[in-house]
Design a protein around this ligand. Structure first.
Ligand SMILES: Nc1ncnc2c1ncn2[C@@H]1O[C@H](COP(=O)(O)OP(=O)(O)OP(=O)(O)O)[C@@H](O)[C@H]1O
Ligand SMILES: [Mg+2]
Length: 352
């Protein structure tokens, strides 16, 4: 490229020099003047050549070399090679477009790697979560078959455990099936205009009695106008509230356990908050609790069971509603789960 350019420049300026010399020969009369004019001409041509060469080097050769290098890197699978070129000329624009393409490809590859990694984790987790009850079922069944347990009471106890483990497995498989469907958008939502206040009181009625009968102190409060409307699927939204309350019950380590749910006005949004005085979550774990299959070490040790899917479903449902969910927590003090949904506003018809 460089050699070709130099050759073109040489040919161009030689032709130009010859043309000017030929014209001068005709115009300039005195010998000494001719030499002087040739000298100036030579200087002008050399300076112009140098400037033209520098321009071509900066604007064409260097960007092309960088582009070539980048194309080579990308074609060899190195998507981290940055092609850094500003400028508004055509070659810079081509380079900038190529850089966008590289970033796009890099993101696609990273996404694919993330999905692959998650799938591997998923298979590992499913195998582990299914293996645990199966091992127990096998052990208890062998106990009965080998005649280790002889009395009808003991046999009944063993059978009850086998039954409970089988129920755990069914629940896990149901949750997994639901998760896979919701994750791949195969759960059709039925969005309606609903009153968050009505929905809130339905939830209170649903969970209140049950919680109180289990010894919890259950409180609730509302601070939203009854005519406020949100667009939501009530069945899925009820799943969200139930999941969060089930966690509050499951990870409760105090007597009496306290659970409070509230509905607040938050400018263009309504905010649901569920607070418990349970074991709390380590600060480092809070960003991970909405990840599929994440369970804090403290919860694993409680023997409460669970596969860490609940909050990932909750998050997906809230995000599919265009909302946001987050948690605040302090170990030993308790946790608050908050989610917001945008208020629905009828488009106002203008008089124009
Ligand atoms: N209210 C809470 N108090 C303390 N820890 C909590 C609370 N809610 C969630 N967590 C932590 O977040 C983790 C993830 O919760 P998630 O509901 O996704 O899974 P899980 O309850 O372990 O299992 P699953 O809901 O699938 O039966 C829990 O294992 C627990 O460590
Ligand atoms: Mg849960």
């Amino acid at each position: 490229m460089r050699k070709q350019l130099i050759r073109i420049l040489l040919v161009f300026f030689t032709a130009l020099a010859l043309l000017i010399a030929f014209t001068l020969n005709k115009v300039v009369q005195k010998e000494e003047q001719v030499f002087f004019v040739y000298l100036i001409l030579l200087v002008i041509i050399i300076v112009s050549m140098l400037r033209l060469f520098m321009w071509a080097r900066d604007k064409v050769m260097i960007p092309m070399d960088k582009l070539k290098e980048s194309i080579k890197a990308v074609s060899e699978g190195d998507f981290n090679h940055i092609l850094d070129l500003d400028g508004a000329d055509e070659i810079s624009e081509v380079c900038q477009d190529f850089e966008k393409l590289r970033i796009h490809l890099k993101e696609n590859i990273e996404d694919r790697e993330k999905v692959d990694r998650e799938n591997r984790e998923l298979i590992g987790n499913i195998s582990h979560d299914l293996k645990t009850p199966i091992t127990a079922i096998k052990g208890y069944a062998e106990g009965i078959l080998d005649g280790v347990v002889t009395t009808p009471e003991e046999q009944k106890k063993y059978l009850m455990t086998i039954h409970n483990k089988a129920v755990d497995m069914t629940n896990l498989i149901d949750e997994l099936t639901y998760y896979t469907k919701i994750d791949t958008n195969r759960i059709p939502y039925r969005f309606d205009k609903i009153s968050p206040v009505e929905f809130f009181y339905d939830c209170v009625e649903d969970v209140g009695l049950d919680l109180e009968s289990r010894g919890f102190i259950f409180t609730h409060s509302v601070d939203v106008d009854s005519d406020v409307v949100v667009i939501a699927d009530v069945v899925q939204l009820a799943k969200v509230v139930n999941n969060i309350i089930n966690n509050a019950v499951k990870y409760m380590d105090k007597t009496p356990g306290k659970i409070d749910i509230s509905l607040r006005d938050d400018r263009d949004f309504v905010k649901f908050e569920i607070t418990d005085n349970g074991m709390g979550i380590e600060a480092a774990d809070i960003p991970k609790i909405f990840d599929r299959f994440f369970r804090a070490d403290a919860s694993r040790n409680t023997g409460t069971g669970g596969s860490g899917i609940g909050l990932s479903i909750v998050k997906k449902i809230i995000e599919d509603h265009g909302g946001k969910i987050w948690a605040n927590s302090k170990v030993g003090v308790g946790s608050t789960f908050s989610f917001i949904l945008r208020k629905y506003q009828e488009a106002e018809l203008s008089d124009e």
